[in-house]
Design a protein around this ligand. Structure first.
Ligand code: NAD
Length: 475
């Protein structure tokens, strides 16, 4: 059992003031495998106070010092590779290979991207006799979701540290152990006390007091729109800055000149990756009308190859859904798809054969989906593909943008002029053409209800900075 009932505050592991705990469940076995502190207002107050005390000195540390600190974090992070992989496989249910190649690597890349960004990042700019200075905003509250335990935390932490902002982190209570290892990594790397504080607990007990705290100057949140809106409402009371990374319902648009085999593989991967629990999942698959039958046949064959099962096995590609609640939500959406008249082509309700224990869902394909159906408009957060047909490029663009979200878009085909037209037309923070890699130096964030602000690399650092104009500095 992993019982970590302490909080990391002011450079030390301390007992939570609440004396209460939250169980953490392994979604592949449905068994409790550990617990964390159920933090409260008093824990938050202590953590914010510690961060506040170190704010001025951390803000003024030379950039080289903060960069060196990120360098030490990178080394300490690498040294804990196996522990991070093990813990994410237990708490999130990601197959071991994905825990390594996706989750572990993404966390590492964000620290590296922040380190690299500091090589050239301009914190000061002279304009005539005047100076513009960018400096850390103050104590930042970070609240993160469960679906990418190292990625979501590391990208915020790397940016805040690079900017010189001390933080209080509240990770998801469903996947808290990766963040506990991060705390140990920062301790090992000599992050000054007070700069990083970890308060475990739930949204009500820790997230709300953090959003309300008068000494927190910024809330950086990743998660659902409902929670984002609550945090924004709390933050608005004393005009805290907010950075919100929320949900998505991203289109994957297939051109009619695409290599169909390759495109089908890419489309299926965009749906099943991380068991569909990805904010940028390309789950609205837009296919030219005349290619519908050929696409569906190949997509069903491709889905059938996806190995769902025990995340501890190296051949497994897709693990369970993170929790019973999320599993039930996926089932409800599949039922809605059936009820609203979409054609179930593959998968469907219930668990895959032979997987009765664990929150395993069936990779699923719906055809004849109208973009107004619930399964085309709402985020399912499970491995469910909705195939929608289009007649021409203008209609594809219209369907792609007919959503409250705007997080990502994928375009696949050969005619580069058409691909570029689509990429410029999609209203989303990220568009990926074919297999182009999405590197961590590119900004990440959403249009419309997918969020406010941008993260990753230098754009992420900007989020944690205030801008000061000093007139006459050079007179
Ligand atoms: P969630 O909103 O339920 O929880 C996210 C975090 O907020 C958790 O740590 C939770 O404890 C905390 N929280 C809950 N209520 C709170 C409150 N009132 N005040 C402050 N904090 C509170 O989201 P989730 O279920 O963990 O994650 C899934 C959602 O996250 C999906 O909608 C997904 O699209 C979104 N997401 C977005 C991105 C992105 O970058 N855009 C990335 C990953 C996930």
């Amino acid at each position: 059992m992993r019982n970590y009932t302490k909080q990391y505050i002011n450079g030390a592991w301390v007992e939570s003031e609440s004396g209460k705990t939250i169980d953490v469940v392994n979604p592949a076995t449905e068994e409790v495998f550990g617990c964390i502190a159920k933090g409260n207002q008093a824990d938050v107050d202590k953590a914010v106070q510690a961060a506040k005390e170190v704010y001025v000195s951390f803000r003024h540390t030379p950039v080289e010092e903060r960069q060196a600190m990120l360098g030490r974090i990178i080394e300490a992070y690498k040294a804990r590779k196996q522990d991070l992989i093990d813990v994410m496989t237990l708490e999130l249910g990601t197959p071991v290979t994905k825990s390594e190649k996706v989750h572990y690597e993404m966390g590492l890349k964000h620290f590296q991207a922040a380190y690299d960004a500091l090589e050239t990042f301009e914190f000061e700019e002279r304009r005539g006799d005047n100076l513009i200075v960018k400096e850390a905003i103050g104590v930042a509250g970070l609240v993160t979701p469960w679906n990418f335990p190292t990625n979501q935390t590391s990208l915020k932490l790397a940016a805040a540290f690079a900017a010189g902002a001390p933080v209080v982190l509240k990770p998801s209570e469903m996947t808290p152990f990766a963040a506990i290892i991060l705390a140990e990594i920062f301790d090992e790397a000599g992050v000054p006390k007070g700069v990083f504080n970890l308060v475990n607990g739930d949204g009500e007990g820790v997230g709300t007091p953090l959003s309300q705290h008068p000494d927190v100057r910024m809330m950086s949140f990743t998660g659902s729109g409902g929670t984002g809106s609550k945090i924004m409402a709390e933050a608005s009371k004393d005009f805290k800055k907010v950075s919100l990374e929320l949900g998505g319902k991203s289109p994957f648009i297939l051109l009619d000149d695409a290599d169909l085999d390759e495109a089908v593989q890419a489309a299926v991967a965009k749906v099943v990756n991380n068991t569909g629990q990805v904010c940028t999942a390309g789950t609205r698959t837009l296919v030219p009308e005349h290619l519908k039958d050929a696409f569906l046949e190949k997509a069903a064959t491709e889905m059938a190859k996806v190995k769902v099962g025990d995340p501890q096995l190296s051949e497994t590609e897709v693990g369970p859904i993170v929790s019973e609640k999320q599993y039930n939500q996926v089932q409800t959406y599949i039922q809605k798809g059936i009820d609203e008249g979409a054609a179930l082509v593959y998968g469907g309700l219930g668990k895959p054969e032979g997987l009765t224990t664990g929150y395993f869902a069936k990779p699923t394909i719906f055809a004849d989906v109208d973009n107004q159906m619930t399964i085309a408009q709402e985020e399912i957060f499970g491995p469910v593909m909705s195939v929608i047909t289009y007649k021409n490029l203008d209609e594809a663009i219209q369907i792609a943008n007919d959503t409250k979200y705007g997080l990502a878009g994928y375009v696949y085909g050969k005619d580069h002029e058409k691909l570029k037209k689509l990429a410029r037309s999609i209203e989303a923070g990220t568009v990926i053409i074919n297999k182009a890699p999405r590197t961590p130096d590119l900004p990440f964030g959403g249009y419309k209800q997918s969020g406010i602000g941008r993260e990753w690399g230098d754009y992420g650092i900007e989020e944690f900075l205030e801008v000061k104009a000093i007139a006459g500095f050079y007179q």
